[in-house]
Design a protein around this ligand. Structure first.
Ligand code: GRF
Length: 207
């Protein structure tokens, strides 16, 4: 990613949108210099996140996925992202698997946030899975997206303790606070140009 022009984010979401709002807030408060949000896309018509994005004045689009093939839907989303000159695609609660074609269109340019310390507890209800398992440390992971679910190279993780008296709800809230920090930190690492992928490691270039 080059510093010569702003890095343009395309945000994909399906729901609440609190991670999107945290990224937007980092940009607004100067914590992500050289980054801008090009477009926010939802695959769900009544996602609160897309309403919030429109209210804040961001470019928004609905690409409803229900009833469409993954390939056809993804092709439309990819076209929209390219039209808005998106450099980096950020999945922020996007409840849809991506087609191989979509992933190939943005090589190492798609990020996801997952509410567990991967590779533990991939898939749905990660916080409930972690709680039910009885872990003592939980957290979140920002990673590159590859063709396997919740699997790509890890950019960073943030951990939280699981406290006596927690339930899945209180644990989720504690993890979510860290998610809101982690996503912007991960974007900052990418945009800095100071990191590289080596195998499954995401490392500082001089390390
Ligand atoms: C977050 O917990 C995120 O880790 C997961 O989906 C949830 C989305 O929350 N992928 P929000 O829509 O960003 O509030």
């Amino acid at each position: 990613m080059q510093a010569s022009r702003p890095t343009r984010l395309g945000i994909l979401l399906s729901g609440r949108g609190s991670n999107f709002l945290a990224i937007a807030d980092s940009i607004r408060t100067g914590k992500l210099p050289g980054v801008e949000i090009a477009i926010v896309i939802s695959n769900v018509a009544d996602a609160p996140g897309i309403a919030a994005a429109a209210k804040l004045g961001f470019a928004t689009a609905l690409q409803i996925s229900k009833g469409r093939s993954r390939e056809a839907h993804d092709a439309d989303v990819a076209a929209l992202l390219l039209r808005h000159r998106v450099d980096l695609v950020c999945l922020a609660g996007y409840m849809r698997l991506l087609s191989p074609q979509f992933i190939a269109a943005f090589p190492q340019r798609i990020l996801n946030i997952h509410p567990s310390l991967l590779p533990a507890f991939p898939g749905l209800d990660a916080q409930q899975q972690a709680f039910d398992y009885g872990v003592k440390v939980a957290g979140c992971t920002v990673h590159f997206v590859d063709e396997e679910l919740d699997h790509g190279v890890i950019i960073l993780q943030r951990s939280v303790p699981v406290l006596d008296g927690d339930d899945a709800h209180t644990l989720s809230a504690r993890i979510l606070s860290e998610e809101h920090i982690a996503y912007s930190q991960a974007i900052a690492r990418l945009v800095s140009g100071e990191y590289q992928i080596r195998g499954r490691q995401y490392l500082k270039k001089d390390s």
